[in-house]
Design a protein around this ligand. Structure first.
Ligand SMILES: Cc1cc2nc3c(=O)[nH]c(=O)nc-3n(C[C@H](O)[C@H](O)[C@H](O)COP(=O)(O)O)c2cc1C
Ligand code: SF4
Ligand code: SF4
Length: 442
């Protein structure tokens, strides 16, 4: 069993899996049950000035009967009294000294208010702090959450205030509702933040109530934009994490990765792109604390099978991320259909014909079956047919060897590389000639 112990910016946990700050970390009782189930850490539901929540708070995006592919909420920070939360933090730390208890904080942009809440959280026993500069709804209307995270100067300023008094590591939780996440991460680092957590939720309207045409979740006939999370947001989170991991100014800044983690495979991706710990919310809201067993077992087996440590996995994918202009334009692939596996559904033909490059020939055979085959001269290797094919490994993408050395757009435009002739060149040349012949004389 691989060693999953983790050190995120100085916060130690028995494994990299933390509950994200959200309803699963509302109370000490929940967090203690989660630790018993196997979670390595928990970020307490954000503490701040007392708030009042609406009653209707969550809306979901189901796709083709699959529930909660995306989750939307208009919930604010904790609505429990501060003293109760602080007392429970102390109790949890006393009973679980080796687990990570990180306390999420959000107060108004006032230096004294930040100093006070930092001291209260640390006196209660927090192992680390997470500054919630990400909440995109409600709190942002009051100048907090994403209203801070969207302005790098505010992010830096408040992080500096916190660092003036904090004795434990400080993670700055970033909002994805921003044009370029690197500016926010740089500001967090400039302000002295020990690491960043991302992503918080994405600003969204999940859909409408079809009776009233008000946004869901509906509150007495009205709705509001809310924060979007769950499996559907993972690709956005992965990209933002990789941007921070590859930026010269934030290289090496510890990252707690969040956003749509639903399986151990997702966790592998977050870690390979540079996360040290991985936070989870929607998966637990959907299925409960016991999902941790599969997350830990899966990650541990993956590492064992590759004879790899967690530290070796971290960031291992980053050197493979490049700018488009650096990719090899002489790398040619074609779709290849395994006729033994094909069930003749015709989905690949329709997708390629209407949505791609008209490179699949389809015909009805005498036995009534649909026969499909790829026309190599027309196929541009876009992958679409293999993505729509319902049979695993029926359509594979096969590399077509070329005598040409790799050549990127950058090399081609600098005159230092040669582009191999494309299979389509002949076809495009014919089309161009035909057009010329058809064109009326001027
Ligand atoms: C109902 C709900 C309440 C949340 N409350 C908070 C919060 O108080 N503080 C915070 O930093 N993030 C909050 N979040 C955001 C989560 O911590 C997390 O960043 C987000 O849900 C993405 O993770 P996921 O895709 O695993 O759900 C909340 C999310 C949900 C769904
Ligand atoms: S890879 Fe793209 S172009 Fe080639 S056959 Fe499939 S869908 Fe058509
Ligand atoms: S989508 Fe797959 S199974 Fe269906 S016709 Fe194409 S190759 Fe055959």
């Amino acid at each position: 069993m691989a060693d999953l112990k983790t050190n995120t910016a100085g916060i130690l946990s028995p494994n990299p899996f933390w509950l994200a700050s959200a309803p699963p970390t509302n109370t000490g009782d929940q967090i203690m049950r989660a630790f018993d189930a196997g979670w390595g850490g928990a970020v307490w539901k954000t503490l701040g000035q007392p708030i009042v929540n609406t009653w209707s708070r969550y809306g979901a995006l189901d796709i083709n009967g699959v529930k909660i592919m995306g989750l939307n909420n208009i919930e604010l920070i904790t609505d429990r009294p501060l003293e109760v939360n602080l007392r429970e933090i102390t109790e949890v730390k006393k009973r679980y000294p080796n687990h990570a208890v990180i306390v999420s904080l959000m107060v108004e942009a006032n230096r004294e208010a930040w100093h006070t809440i930092v001291k209260q959280a640390e006196d209660a026993g927090a192992d680390g702090l997470e500054l919630n500069f990400g909440c995109p709804h409600g709190m942002s209307e009051r100048g907090m959450g994403a209203a801070v995270g969207q302005v790098p100067e505010y992010t830096q300023q408040i992080t500096e205030w916190v660092k003036e008094v904090a004795k434990t590591p400080v993670l700055v939780k970033l909002t994805p509702n921003i044009a370029d996440i690197r500016y926010a991460a740089r500001a967090a680092k400039q302000g002295g933040g020990d690491g960043v957590s991302l992503i918080n939720t994405i600003n969204s309207i999940i859909g409408l109530d079809f009776d009233t045409l008000a946004p869901r979740p509906t509150v007495n006939g009205w709705g509001s934009h809310g924060g979007y999370c769950g499996p559907a947001v993972k690709p956005i989170a992965l990209n933002m994490i990789s941007q921070i991991g590859t930026d010269d100014e934030t290289l090496g800044l510890p990252i707690s990765g969040i956003g749509g983690v639903s399986s151990w495979q997702d966790a592998v991706e977050f870690i390979a792109l540079g996360s040290t710990s991985v936070q989870v919310c929607t998966l637990v809201m959907h299925y409960g604390f016991r999902v941790i067993e599969d997350l830990c077992d899966g990650l541990s087996n993956y590492l064992d099978e590759r004879n790899m440590t967690l530290d070796e996995l971290r960031g291992v994918a980053l050197p493979r991320i490049h700018h488009w202009k650096e990719l090899d334009l002489n790398y040619v692939v074609n779709a290849s259909i395994n006729q033994e596996e094909c069930i003749g559904c015709g989905l690949c033909y329709t997708a390629c014909e209407d949505g791609a490059h008209q490179a699949i020939h389809s015909e009805r055979r005498a036995d009534g079956r649909t026969f499909v085959e790829v026309m190599p001269d027309a196929c541009v290797g876009c992958n679409l047919c293999s993505l729509v094919c319902p049979v695993d490994n029926c359509i594979t993408m096969i590399q077509i060897p070329t005598d040409y050395a790799p050549c990127s757009w950058e090399q081609h435009s600098a005159g230092t590389g040669t582009l191999a002739p494309r299979p389509q060149d002949k076809l495009y040349a014919q089309l161009a000639t035909a057009k010329k012949e058809e064109a009326p004389a001027t």
